[in-house]
Design a protein around this ligand. Sequence first.
Ligand code: GRF
Length: 209
Amino acid sequence: MLREQNSINIAVLVSGNGTNLQALIDAESNGKLGNGKIVYVISSKAEAFALKRAGKAGIKYEIIERKEYSDIEDFNNALLSALQRCGAELVVLAGFMSILGEKIIKQYENKIINVHPSLIPSFCGKGYYGLRVHEEVLKKGVKVTGATVHFVNEIPDDGDIILQKAVKVLDNDTSLSLQKRVMKQAEWRILPEAVEKICQRMADKKEIK
Ligand code: GRF
């Protein structure tokens, strides 16, 4: 009962395959998400495979397609009302490919986290997402890359860093093999770990109130 009282409602925002969402779903079912409870998934793309993962796990989901909204403001207002409607206390961006507006970031200050496929501050910021990050890593010839989980503020990939994990770059790596290894060895581990940590902190704060 206590756990229920202290559970932290998580909304996960997705746009694609949803392997990071899957890592969170698996962590929760293995009791590794602590107080965290995934209550809602929102996708900015109707065809996102992440929605199938949510459906299979019995998690309610909604499609709020970026392309349906001519104005980014209206898109963000639709996101905000969905987040409030589902009672989200923590928002996790897991491969979410749209920019969140000032209003949502203010409303959920220090309660939005994102997973980025590099060791911030390297290979991040405007235009650095998905495969492009790994292409740049290979182009630069760095020997170590990895992933970062960080708080979201109004500047892309600029919020306080929560967790990072390094991954070796191999001589025969392609951007695809590197992306896969960074996901497997870093993203899918540190995202659930970071969510568990933040939810514990939030639950402790709730308890004190
Ligand atoms: C991941 O590489 C993540 O770091 C980045 O977008 C990709 C999404 O993958 N933000 P998935 O949808 O979680 O499989």
